[in-house]
Design a protein around this ligand. Structure first.
Ligand code: CAA
Length: 259
């Protein structure tokens, strides 16, 4: 597939996905979703890709939400379909077995914040702004913002942000636990890559297990404690486990085969 709204680059095992509609503040239209899904089911699954970084082009926006102009005249059915499709694609990101980090370089509003929240970790530049302004448009969030914001920052604060539609600055997002670090804009990508490289030094099999176990905590009807027993046990049959324990005992750095 050729990508018209997204740039991709693979370097040192990191696939960088750059949302590239800067004139529309990287608003997420249908075409963007189709391209994101294709990237996560194709390029991102390749062996040379060990981790994924998602950011927005330009210095102003990560993504300013779903494309309002595109859905303004939708029917009830079309609205439901838009939401279900967005949720489905963001779930692919959330449950992706390789680490996915959002480098939030500006506005992350509505669907843009929902995309960032579907990633495993978020870093923000100091000019980033966060919010779920959907109520100001007469609509609720549709890409699981009500769920993931509540999971990440707790019910009271999530209710406030969701009901007021207020925008918060990066330092407040940091205090709330919505992002892990706030960094000067010029250093955001380097810092995000550094974090990904630290993760990539660990066992990919164990990292994938961690993602699965943490997701289990948030999955209805799944017992996360049992999921952990299963993932833990599975590790004992892997080459990564043999390599990791052997490296420890022989006082050397592990070089994980990733299987
Ligand atoms: N959809 C479509 N176009 C958008 C957009 C969006 N979400 N956000 C910005 N744009 C467009 C603007 O229409 C404008 O285009 P034109 O030049 O063609 O008019 C361009 O991007 C630049 O935007 P502004 O001139 O508005 O820039 P600003 O600096 O004055 O304001 C902003 C920036 C505060 C982010 C403002 O653009 C804004 O409020 N955007 C909308 C944010 C929003 O409401 N997001 C939620 C969308 S709904 C949603 O996401 C639903 C869901 O959960 C599924």
């Amino acid at each position: 597939m050729t990508y018209e709204n997204i740039l991709t680059e693979i370097k040192d095992g990191i696939l960088t996905i750059t949302l590239n509609r800067p004139k529309q503040l990287n608003a997420l239209n249908k075409a963007v979703f189709t391209e994101v899904e294709s990237i996560f089911t194709d390029i991102a699954t390749k062996d040379e890709v060990k981790s994924i970084l998602i950011t927005g082009s330009g210095e102003k926006a990560f993504a300013a939400g779903a494309d309002i102009k595109e859905f303004a005249n939708f029917s009830v059915e079309e609205g439901k379909e838009l939401s279900a499709n967005g949720q489905r694609i963001f779930k692919i990101i959330e449950t992706f077995s390789k680490p996915v980090i959002a480098a939030v370089n500006g506005f992350a509003l509505g669907g843009g914040l929902e995309l960032a929240m579907a990633c495993h970790i978020r870093l923000a530049s100091d000019n980033a702004r966060f919010g779920q302004p959907e109520v100001s448009l007469g609509v609720t969030p549709g890409y699981a913002g009500t769920q993931r914001l509540t999971q990440l920052i707790g019910k009271g604060k999530a209710m406030e942000l969701l009901m007021t539609g207020a925008m918060i600055k990066a330092d407040e997002a940091l205090k709330l636990g919505l992002v892990n670090y706030v960094i000067p804009q010029g250093e955001l990508i380097a810092k995000t890559e550094e974090l990904l490289k630290n993760i990539m030094k660990q066992s990919p099999v164990a990292v994938a297990g961690v993602i699965a176990c943490v997701d289990a905590y948030y999955t209805d009807g799944v017992d996360g404690f049992k999921a952990e027993v299963k993932e833990f046990g599975k590790c004992f049959g892997t080459e990564d486990f043999k390599e990791g324990t052997d490296a420890f005992m022989n006082k050397r750095k592990a070089d994980f085969p990733g299987k």
